[in-house]
Design a protein around this ligand. Structure first.
Ligand SMILES: [Zn+2]
Length: 223
């Protein structure tokens, strides 16, 4: 378990014609105070999918996290995000003003986009070498860094496009990649953060049934 990094597990149950979120099933309904022991099937609690993963346990993935702090505590929807790419051992390669960093910690609460289809073992064998060779190229020296034009995103996307080219696929531009892979996940994360923080503050969070919780899309490769 790595609850400390990705937060406490959030559950949802139905009572009083409402959807109620909490960290674990309470003895009594927080709205009507009735005993929750003998509940009907439709009141059975379900766990809410956590949009965050420990990036150091993800192989060959694109990761996102706030540049400062964590999603659950500090992220406000406008915070700067930092991105990186994991190798097969969970080391996160990322580019900043100091050049390419190889982080063994610090990405425990990330949004992850897997970059390889599960059947691409050939490429996975080469992944660490590709990533290392790519990272030692002169393009990613510290003095080349520019906050707006040549940053962590440029580094990660250039690498992803090298992989796609190797696979004989078309490269993606930044807005295409963001629209297709990043925005759906950050949108989901923002909803989760809202519910999580409200639950943490009051012990529970209530919505009408109409406000249905959506589950994250099943993860796939890049294309
Ligand atoms: Zn109730």
């Amino acid at each position: 378990m790595h609850c400390a990094e990705v937060g406490k597990p959030l559950i949802k149950f139905n009572h009083c014609k409402k959807s109620i979120y909490s960290f674990g099933v309470p003895q009594r309904c927080p709205l009507c105070q009735k005993d929750m022991g003998s509940r009907k099937l439709e009141e059975a609690p379900v766990s809410i999918a956590n949009p965050f993963t420990n990036g150091h346990q993800e192989k060959c993935s694109f990761l996102l996290r706030p540049t400062q702090g964590t999603f659950l505590r500090e992220y406000d929807g406008r915070s700067d995000l930092h991105v990186g790419i994991t190798n097969t051992k969970g080391v996160v390669y990322n580019y900043n003003v100091y050049g390419v960093q190889r982080d063994g910690t610090g990405w425990e609460q990330s949004i992850s986009v897997p970059l390889l289809q599960p059947n691409m073992y050939g490429l996975m064998d080469q992944w660490d070498k590709y990533l290392e060779d790519f990272s030692t190229s002169g393009a990613w020296l510290p003095h080349r860094y520019e906050e707006d034009g040549h940053n962590c995103y440029t580094y990660a996307l250039t690498f992803i496009n090298c992989v796609l080219t190797t696979e004989g696929k078309e490269p993606l531009d930044k807005s295409e990649f963001t629209e297709k892979h990043v925005v759906p996940r950050t949108r989901l994360a923002s909803k989760y953060i809202t519910v999580y923080r409200a639950t943490e503050e009051r012990g529970f969070y209530v919505t009408d049934h109409a406000d249905r919780e959506r589950h994250p899309p099943s993860s796939g490769g890049l294309c």
